[in-house]
Every structure is written in structure tokens, then in C-alpha cells.
Design a protein around this ligand. Sequence first.
Ligand code: NAD
Length: 261
Amino acid sequence: MKRAVVTGSASGIGAATVAALRAGGFTVFGIDRASADCNVDLGTEAGRSEAIAAATAFAEGELHALVPCAGLSGLPDRPGSVLASVNYFGTIALVEGLRPVLAAAEESSVVLISSNSTMIQPKVPMDVVEACLAGDEEGARAAADAATSMASYPATKVALAWWAREHAVTEEWIGAGIRVNAIAPGMIETALVAEGRSDATIAPLLDLLPIPRGRSGEPDDIALFVAFLCGPGGRNFVGSFVTIDGGTEALLRARDWPKPW
Ligand code: NAD
């Protein structure tokens, strides 16, 4: 039996990923604040520990896929520290905490949910990125509060992408048969975007986003690719960072990468 764990499973991309993995033959365990198999706050150490224990028990020794989708966007009245703790530390704690059961499976896959904001939003506060990657949660929370959650959102997602690329290629991860990759969705119609649309500051910015495809994405536009990455088609993806955004990033950054060496 193939087993998968998905966080943020109750809504949006996470819920669609649960469905896509089930359709691909996985038995899936969901983690979220509510309406999941394990209901916890991943912004807290207690919630992370409870989630790791419950997911480890579910795995019964071997976990084949982990897709940590739980995340929050930046909003004017939301502190940046919450994003640092949920988007970055809540994700990496689960990935590291479940490494033993991922390594026990012959092959396994971890897909981190980054964002195209990492490449198209200006003035990313790099002190937030650096504190995240240094594992300094208190430092990251302080820097993110100072920067605001709207500026810190892409910082948490840059940190996830770089964590994925740096760790994916090591003995601890691919050496143990665990394929780590990150994806960068563009605007996807979920509760997270609806929250932004109902905010007077964020709504006009969302309308300015150029999308060559002519429309924002649906959760399945991401989930079906995540399920592909977790299946046999994803076997040679290691440390990849894949943009799935209807063309926004290519429109704005066409010649920035590939970056010749
Ligand atoms: P969503 O709001 O529909 O789903 C996010 C889920 O995360 C919710 O079910 C929520 O309850 C859960 N969550 C939030 N905080 C939590 C916490 N402290 N503990 C446990 N669970 C928590 O949003 P979505 O758009 O599906 O977002 C999924 C992921 O995709 C997020 O990481 C988001 O940053 C990322 N993303 C979304 C978009 C987009 O446009 N929707 C674009 C790029 C990246």
C-alpha cells in the first residue's frame, strides 16, 4: 500500500492534492487546523509534534509521499511572524520529522509548495529568508513582523524553495531514496485568494497580475502535477523548482533563467 500525508488538506490545493493522490492509488492522511484526520495548529511546536506523531503512526513504517500545503497569505492585519511559523517552520518541521518513515520506503517523494511570488514580487526581505534557512524561528518571526506579512510571504516561499534545492541532492535525502522538489504556483482560486480579494489593499494588486493564459488557475491545475511528481513519472525529478502559473513568470522574467554557468 502506498501512503501519503498532506497538510492543509481541508481546503484548496491541499484538498485537491488529497483527491489526486487517492485517484493515483495512495491512502492519504490529512492534517489541518480542522476537518482533517489530524487537527492541529502547525504554527506551534506542540501542533507540529502531534502531527508528526500521528502521521508516523499512520505510515506504519513507510511513507511514500509528503505534500505540506498548509500556508497563509500576507494580509494587512496579519502579522508576518504567523507566516514565518506556519509557511516555513510548520512545513520544514514536518518534512524533517517524517524523514525516518520517508527513508524507510524504497522510494518516496516530498513536494514543497513555494510560489511564483518568489520571482515576481519585488523587495523580498532577505533577512527573513536567511533566518528561516538558519533554523532561527524567533529571528525569522521578528524580521517578518518588521517586514509585514505581505512582504514576508515570498520570503517564506524563497526559503522553502532553497531548502528543497539544497537538501534534495544530499545523502540524507536523495541518498535515502527521498526525492525532494518544489513547485511555484501562480494565482490559484482558493480560499487563500478569496481572502485577498475581500481585502481593499490586496484586491487591486491581484487584478494587476498579468496571466498570459488569460485566467487564474484551479486547485487541480496544481494537484494533478503534484500527484504526477509523487508517481513513477516523477522519478527523475530531484531538487527541481517547477513554475505552474499560466505564464506570468515567463512573461516578466523570460531571460533570467536558465542562467548560463
Ligand atoms: P487554502 O486557504 O485553500 O488552504 C490552506 C490550508 O492551510 C487551509 O485548509 C488552512 O486551514 C491550512 N492552514 C493554515 N494555517 C494552518 C495552521 N497553522 N495549521 C494547520 N493548517 C493550517 O489555500 P491554498 O491556496 O490551497 O494554499 C495552499 C498552499 O499553496 C499554501 O502554502 C499557499 O501559500 C500555496 N500557494 C497558493 C497560491 C494561490 O494562489 N492559491 C499560490 C502559490 C502558492
